[in-house]
Structures are given as C-alpha cells and as structure tokens.
Ligand binder design. Structure first.
Ligand code: GAP
Length: 511
C-alpha cells in the first residue's frame, strides 16, 4: 500500500514537472480539489475526449452529440431529485476533526475483508499449484465462505440503512465494524448528517430563492430536457442515444486523491433511449461495449473490474461501476445505469410538456426507458496516466521515467530532432516536421545530447523520435526511435507518414 501511495506522489510530481496537471491558482497557494491541465495535459485530455466521442458518436449510427449549457432552469434539479436527494452521508472524527463519507468508510471496511479472501485464494494456489480450482475453492473453503457471509451482511445493512435514510443505523454499523479514523486511530465519531452537493448561485441581480440556480452536478439532465428537440429534429428512431462531454460541479466534502475527486470536473455521458421492458438487454449491451472500449487501450485487463451497486440511486433499477486499479486501489471509473423512465417522467410532470415517443412499429406512444453510460474524463486521465507511468532500470544501470501512453492518446506522436544544430540538419528537420504536422501533433527539439532528448520525450510519453543526421542529407533516410523498446530503425522520409498513421491512429482502437 505504501508503495502505491508513493507511486501516486511520484505521478503527481511528474504530472506537474512536465506540464500535465497543475494545482489551480497555485500562486495563491491553490484552491483545494481544483486543478488546471497544462500544455501536455490539455493534449492528452483532448485525445481521450476524441477517443470517447469517436467510439460513441461516430461509430454508432443511432447516437448523436449535444452541447448543453451548464446553467439550467432550477426546476430541472427539482425534477431530477437532486434538490431533495443529492446528498452524501457525512461523519466527523472528533479527535482528528477530519470529515468522511460514511458509506466510503464502510466500503473501505468491506474492501479489507475482500483482501483477506484474496489472500486465502493466493494461499490455496500456492498449496495446490496447477491442480488449483479457484471456483471450487471459493465455493468450499470455510474462511472464504465466512468472509463472503460477513460482506453480504454488511452490504445488506448498509443498503437498508441508507435507503431508509436511517442515519443512526449507518453510525451503528460504523461502530459495530470497529472502524477507526485513519488519522487519529480512534472511534470517536459524531452523528451522521446529510449534505447536499450542489453549488448554487444567483441569476441576475435579484437575490432570493426565485433566482437561485445551480451549477449542474451531472451533464445528463441537459440531455433529458433536450430529448424531444433532438429526437424530432434528428428524426431519431428508438433505440437511439444522445452523448455529451462537459463540465459538472459537486461540492465534494471529502475531496482528495489528486484529480480523482474534484469539485469541478468533466463528464462524458451518453443516454440511450429504449423501449420499456428492453432496458436490461441494453444495460448488458452497454456494459460489454464500455469494457471493450477500455480494454482496447491495451492497459492490462486485471486493472478493471465490475462492481454492482449495493445502494441504487433514486432513479435506477440496475447499476454498476467499472472500477479501475488506481494508485490508491480499485475505485469507480465509470458508471453504467439503467435509469428507467424516471427522468423523462419527472420532467414531464414539472414542465407540463409531453416527453413521449410515438413508436411507428408498435403504433403507440410511450415514455422511453434510459440506459446511461457515464465516465469522468479526469478519472480516465488519471487511469491512463497512472498505468503509463513507469520507473525503469536500464541495462547500463541508468534509470529512466517513461510514460508508456497508448500512442493514439499521447500528447505528441513524434519528436523531430536534428543530431546537431549545424550543417543544415535543423533546416532538414523542420522540413520533415512541417510535412508531418498536418496529420500528427509533433514537437521539435534540438537542445542537448541525443540521449538526454530521448529521456525527456520518454517522460512526456512521445512514442516516436525521428532523428535527422548527416546520412539524411545524402539519402533522405532518418532513424525512428521507439519509446517503449528504445530500438531504432532506419527508414525513408517518404515512409514516415504511413508508419505513424498505422502506429498512432485511433482506427485500430476503434475497430
Ligand atoms: N449521470 C450519472 C452520474 O453522474 P456518477 O456516478 O455520480 O453518475 C459518473 O458520476 C462519473 O463521473 C463517475 O464514475 C466518475 O468517473 C465521475 N465523477 C463523479 N464525481 C466526480 C468528482 N467529484 N471528481 C471527478 N470525477 C467524478
């Protein structure tokens, strides 16, 4: 665990050193849980957005995009349930004065029991070797079964107390589990309280309830209120989806762990409108599609797992998370929710406008059901960055930090370098770069020794360096140096565009 925490610290300082992520308003000592993306971060973020948008919108004939405003009519949030129910149950430790989300404390306790099960399984594997049948072992080993039972009891109690808004019951569960504050180590807990997470502000110059508006806590509602606009103007037929990328705001009380939990963040959401009764089929379809999208990046599969929600949100009849093994352990990266017809029905009721679809095949009108996929762009950024970050010891005993980013997402695809600053090599290098830059984001670097320049590009995650040397002037060839293998190959300049198109394009990922 300590190793992982150190890893997060190293990633944060690397992200700052190379211009990926800065603390917001740093010259004023920063604003907590808000971050700015620097010159490389903005590129990486844009590439992740583009990968998502292409996969969701361009690759699906029945999905279109939208860009709705952040400010929405206040009734939106009454209808969606956010005014009344978008709360976190919070608890304070009286000794450390630290505040925690009660449900997160309980989930962390469950995770500890899961780790015990994993240890038991690992012991079994060691004992039985190749003959080990993990499925059978999990079904029969008394220690595993006892711990599975414990987890089920805790999850049942957590779900029941949270669903009934029984805050005393939630506190009792924390006490019964013997959960201590990670800072003070004591069980000296306050009562559990509910806290609404929406930021509010005033519209225009008049103060008072009537003019209170909210910064959207999710982008989804901008899609729901535009359901009919898009369906009618785009002549969309059910099933169809509307996708959106945009900022969302939540007054997170427990905001830490770098860009994992922020107060201002970005979501990439898609609402898929389906016939009532068909939602579970589409829920499974989208679970499958989304995990494929993640795995196509080549990040090791064991970094992902599904987690079914214990407590369903007020709008859902099924929900799960795709969790990622972040430097601080497995945590939610993306949510897939079957939202029923809750949102459209609520907006219908509060607006008085009909939000139904006439299905020509069934010859009837109905309120569509919705399956949503919702991923945090910043969390995806952290997943990509943390899995790419490597500290390597090389054969000659030197060390390097390399970001093995998927080439299609890397901020720069190619660094073009002249071997020396004279003999016409910079001019030739510029000529090559000026040709490549129409298709690939390139960077030019002529400062310092070649080895040092390669190291800098490794740390920035640039997958390929093109070195222009004296031979280039004679035969129009260059070397391409590969970031991950560090191997070099000599190729004709005329081949470069084709090589990089094949190795860096998103096409392969999208297929
Ligand atoms: N429309 C559904 C919805 O908003 P959610 O599970 O609350 O569902 C979806 O959020 C995703 O948004 C999460 O899986 C996470 O990736 C991201 N997210 C939520 N809160 C966040 C925060 N405070 N900072 C960064 N990302 C966040």
């Amino acid at each position: 665990m300590q190793q992982k925490e150190d890893n997060l610290k190293n990633i944060i300082s690397h992200a700052k050193e190379y211009g990926f992520v800065f603390q917001s308003s740093e010259i004023y000592d920063g604003l907590s849980a808000t971050y700015d993306y620097g010159q490389l971060g903005a590129e990486l973020k844009n590439n992740i957005k583009s990968y998502w948008w292409k996969a969701m919108v361009q690759m699906h004939e029945n999905i279109v995009g939208l860009d709705a405003a952040i400010f929405m009519h206040p009734s939106t949030w009454k209808a969606s349930g956010h005014v009344d129910a978008f709360n976190d149950p919070l608890i304070d430790n009286k000794d450390s004065k630290k505040r925690y989300r009660a449900d997160v404390l309980i989930e962390d306790a469950i995770e500890k029991i899961r780790k015990k099960i994993d240890k038991e399984v690992a012991k079994g594997l060691k004992r039985f070797g190749d003959d080990f049948n993990e499925e059978e072992f999990r079904k029969t080993n008394p220690n595993v079964l006892r711990n599975e039972g414990k987890i089920k009891d805790i999850e049942d109690r957590m779900r029941d107390t949270l669903n009934a808004n029984d805050l005393e019951g939630v506190r009792d569960l924390i006490l019964d589990l013997g959960i201590v504050c990670p800072i003070s180590g004591t069980k000296n807990w306050t009562e559990v309280r509910q806290f609404n997470l929406m930021f509010s502000t005033e519209l225009g110059s008049v103060a008072g309830d009537a003019s209170t508006i909210y910064l959207r806590p999710e982008t989804a509602q901008g899609i729901f209120v535009n359901f009919l606009n898009v369906q009618k103007t785009g002549r969309m037929k059910i099933p169809f989806g509307i996708a959106q990328i945009g900022k969302a705001f939540r007054n997170e009380i427990v905001a830490r762990q770098f860009i994992f939990r922020m107060r201002e963040f970005e979501q990439m959401e898609m609402q898929f409108f389906v016939r009532p009764g068909e939602e579970m089929k589409w829920y499974d379809y989208w679970k499958n599609q989304r995990i494929k999208w993640h795995k196509a990046l080549g990040i090791p599969e064991e970094n992902y797992r599904f987690h079914d929600h214990v407590k369903l949100a007020h709008y859902a009849n099924a929900a799960c998370d795709i969790e990622f093994d972040f430097p601080m352990g497995f945590k939610e990266l993306e949510g897939i929710h079957s939202r029923t017809d809750f949102d459209l029905k609520q907006h219908e009721e509060l607006s008085g406008k009909k939000l139904q679809y006439f299905d020509p095949e069934l010859n009837e009108s109905y309120t569509p059901y919705v399956v949503e996929t919702s991923i945090g762009l910043d969390r995806m950024f952290l997943a990509v960055l943390s899995s790419a970050y490597k500290e390597e010891k090389l054969e000659n005993n030197s060390e390097r930090v390399v970001l093995s980013l998927p080439p299609a997402l890397a901020p720069y695809k190619v660094a073009v370098m002249p071997l020396t600053k004279k003999d016409g090599l910079p001019e030739k290098a510029h000529e090559i770069m000026n040709d490549l830059k129409f298709d690939f984001n390139c960077i030019y670097d002529e400062k310092g020794a070649a080895g040092r320049r390669y190291r800098v590009q490794d740390a920035m995650g640039t997958p390929y360096c093109v070195m222009v040397d004296h031979q280039t002037l004679e035969d129009n060839t260059v070397t391409i140096r590969d970031r991950d293998t560090m191997e070099q190959e000599r190729v004709a300049i005329s081949e470069l565009a084709g090589i990089f198109a094949e190795r860096c394009s998103m096409k392969e990922l999208l297929k």
